[in-house]
Design a protein around this ligand. Structure first.
Ligand code: NDP
Ligand code: MG
Length: 416
């Protein structure tokens, strides 16, 4: 085993997971320096996290950074943060990375190295990978006893059942970064889980909220990549526009907070100020609010249940404003219903949904599928998978890999 791997890391007491016992307080400054592994460092979430660490060095330092193929960007981030270990999945970019570095870290290449890197010694793994590529690093980190700050919702969508089994149903070692789930987590501080009556998960509605069904026939990748409120990676931007993202997030909330799918209610809130609401059994509701800015939930995942000062934007309460709500239009946005149905089917269905959606989104971006065909392709994959995985064991990681592979192949060759 290489020198930088230590299977059992000491968890910093700063991270108390989701145990909502202590009141909010300012972080003590006597903590030893925390170390982080940042997977998907070059992406939208990864770079925002690194900006926070650059601006607030007392939060800790980075030991491991990973990227897929953007070697130049990885080199730049590495030169600033000086992690000991770099992982680049695509070895063809090796020369660019090595030429860009101003110091000599350990560099590892390939997918296997990415999985391995999730168990290297550090206090917190931040999984900001996109899609199924994030699943195995989450699995490996959880198996190794680590705590994972998770932006990669696909890990929970694909393998929530495996994770639940591995964690004995206690998801407190998974700290949500997704803004809605961070909102739920914050609203649940000091509350018992059995006091939850319902979760109301908000959705911006995306750029096509007010487009007619016939207008939606003409949607181009350029139209769909313009999110009204958030600036994010391409895959989640398309998922937000189809509302598949909300369906994935309902599954994510189901696993994280142990609430059945039929008590998780999506609602369109175009201003993206209220990031989600917990309704309690006594009729009271708690929400978390703020201008749309991922640095708020990213920072909270690093410091919870404490808060530290940071110059994030705040709501201007003197500015006249309207916060509105409307129901989801399931006819124009069928993807959310497909996600809900896949979770209700269980087994490998959510993994099939996820893989088919990843491929369909990529095909839409390459203009080999129309916008409406994204959902049609996912639905066809789900239907076709019904008799495929009846023998799959949800406690076996290989079952998820098989389902993912199968659905990818299916969606790549699917024709309308
Ligand atoms: P990006 O596409 O911006 O970044 C993805 C990161 O993962 C990059 O570092 C990329 O490397 C790396 N990566 C991509 N594919 C692979 C692969 N096959 N193997 C290894 N590494 C890979 O995504 P986002 O930051 O937008 O999203 C990351 C996750 O966070 C997603 O699950 C998303 O749903 C979730 N999320 C994102 C939000 C946002 O505001 N962006 C909000 C809430 C959740 P490279 O740059 O080299 O390609
Ligand atoms: Mg979200």
């Amino acid at each position: 085993m290489p020198w930088f791997i230590k299977q059992h890391t000491t968890l910093n007491p700063y991270i108390s997971g989701m145990t909502p016992s202590k009141p909010t307080q300012t972080a003590p400054n006597s903590q030893p320096e925390r170390t982080f592994t940042v997977l998907g460092a070059t992406g939208s979430i990864g770079t925002q996290l690194l900006e926070i660490l650059e601006q607030s060095p007392s939060l800790g330092r980075v030991r491991v950074l990973s990227a897929n193929r953007r070697a130049e960007c990885l080199a730049e981030l590495a030169n600033t943060h000086k992690p000991e270990i770099l992982v680049l999945c695509d070895p063809s970019q090796k020369a660019i990375l090595e030429q860009g570095l101003t110091y000599q870290p350990t560099i590892l290449y390939g997918e296997e190295a990415l999985e391995e890197s999730s168990i290297y010694e550090s206090d917190l793994v931040i999984n900001a990978l996109v899609g199924f590529s994030g699943f195995m690093p989450t699995v490996r980190a959880i198996r190794a006893g680590k705590t994972v700050a998770l932006a990669n919702k696909e890990s929970l969508v694909v393998g929530g059942a495996w994770l639940s089994h591995e964690l004995g149903g206690d998801f407190s070692r998974i700290l949500p970064i997704d803004s809605e789930h961070s909102a739920m987590w914050q609203a649940l501080q000091g509350e018992a889980r059995n006091a939850i009556q319902k979760i109301i998960i908000t959705a911006s509605g995306g750029p096509f909220r007010q487009w007619s069904d016939s207008q939606m026939e003409t949607i181009t990748p350029g139209d769909a990549l313009k999110h009204p409120n958030w600036s994010m990676g391409a895959k989640i931007t398309i998922d937000s526009s189809t509302l598949m993202n909300k369906g994935l997030e309902m599954i994510e909330a189901h696993w994280l907070f142990g609430v059945p799918m039929d008590r998780i209610e999506p609602v369109v809130h175009p201003q993206s100020i209220i990031h989600s609401v917990i309704e309690f059994v006594d009729g009271s509701s708690k929400a978390q609010l703020g201008p749309p800015d991922m640095k708020v939930p990213i920072l909270y995942a690093l410091t919870a249940p404490h808060r530290v000062p940071y110059p994030n934007p705040t709501i201007d309460w003197q500015q006249a404003a309207q916060w509105t709500f409307e129901p989801v239009d399931h006819d124009r946005f069928p993807s959310i219903g497909l996600a809900i149905a896949s979770q209700q089917t269980g087994g490998m269905a959510p993994a099939v949904l996820n893989a088919a959606n990843e491929v369909a989104v990529a095909r839409f971006l390459q203009e080999s599928l129309s916008y409406k065909q994204i959902a049609q392709c996912v639905e066809a994959a789900l239907d076709a998978s019904m008799n495929e995985f009846t023998q799959s064991n949800v406690n076996d990681v290989d079952s998820y890999k098989d389902a993912d592979n199968w659905a990818r192949r299916y969606a790549k060759s699917w024709k309308a």
